[in-house]
Design a protein around this ligand. Structure first.
Ligand code: CO8
Length: 259
């Protein structure tokens, strides 16, 4: 499908999804959100081993949900708009492959929420993160209250959300919202380098590990540990486990096939 607001690039087994709405600093209107949903729903994760999410241009990752579209909504439409983004972002979060956000500029409101639905965030030193919604008279609506508190703790999440302040990349690094900060021109290369390291490993093992990490937060300890035991066991039903261990014992590099 041709997208109006997404640019998709394929680099071998890495797919790059670039949000591209230049007139509004890549703001998320309902069409952009539906395109993200469609793209994620149809991504062939047997061919794509890592997805990188970024924003088009040098200034913004995504400057939030589209304020001009939201300005005229009432309660029911507000709920529905929130739901469109939340559903799309949840699909992104639960993809069976790693998703890296390469945050190249403003990641505000829905933009910060998009980055947080990715597994890992790396940022340019020009990036700024924030949840400024209360200054517009609304709450975060694409699961920001849930994911920000999960990532940085309730205290800092509440400070960011209640004050609406934007933080720089170095502060985002300090609080654990991003894993690393780079010069803007290095950012994509660093994202690709990280993706390539992941691609060398067994895809099913990554998928099972991701599921454990994602789901364990919402489970009691016994269930989280049981899920890990189950997924660990499942690995032994894969060819990749046989190959990975044989390669180690034969002192050669493993060739994983995702089977
Ligand atoms: N929505 C619509 N248009 C936007 C947005 C946005 N979020 N952000 C920027 N734009 C537009 C501007 O209106 C401007 O358009 P124009 O050229 O036609 O005037 C253009 O992009 C360039 O922006 P600026 O001139 O403002 O650029 P600056 O460099 O001066 O400032 C900022 C950059 C600081 C990023 C500034 O644009 C800004 O503050 N933007 C809004 C940030 C924001 O508040 N984001 C949160 C939005 S709310 C949200 O995301 C809620 C998510 C959950 C929704 C739940 C649904 C119910």
């Amino acid at each position: 499908m041709e997208y109006g607001f997404l640019k998709i690039e394929q680099l071998d087994q890495i797919t790059v999804m670039k949000v591209s709405a230049p007139k509004s600093l890549n703001a998320l209107n309902s069409t952009v959100l539906k395109e993200i949903d469609h793209f994620v729903s149809n991504l062939d994760t047997t061919q794509t081993r890592v997805l990188i999410v970024t924003g088009d241009g040098e200034k913004a990752f995504v400057a939030g949900a589209d304020i001009s579209e939201m300005a005229h909504l009432y309660e029911k439409e507000g709920y529905e708009f929130s739901k469109i983004g939340a559903v799309a972002f949840r699909k992104l979060e639960t993809l069976p492959i790693p998703v890296i956000a390469a945050v190249n500029g403003f990641a505000l409101g829905g933009g910060c929420e998009l980055a947080m639905a990715c597994d890992i965030r790396i940022a340019s030193n020009k990036a700024k993160f924030g949840q400024p919604e209360v200054g517009l008279g609304i709450t975060p609506g694409f699961s920001g209250t849930y994911r920000l508190a999960k990532l940085v703790g309730q205290g800092y999440a509440k400070e960011m959300i209640f004050t609406g302040k934007a933080i720089r990349a170095d502060e985002a690094l300090r609080i654990g919202l991003v894993n690393a900060v780079y010069e803007p021109e290095e950012l994509m290369d660093k994202a690709i380098e990280m993706a390539q390291k992941m691609i060398k490993n067994a895809p099913l093992a990554i998928k099972y590990a991701k599921q454990c990490i994602n789901e364990s937060y919402d489970l009691i300890a016994e269930d989280a540990i049981e899920l890990e035991n189950t997924n660990f066991g499942k690995c032994f039903a894969t060819e990749d486990q046989k190959e990975g261990m044989a390669a180690f014992l034969e002192k050669r590099e493993a060739v994983f096939r995702g089977k």
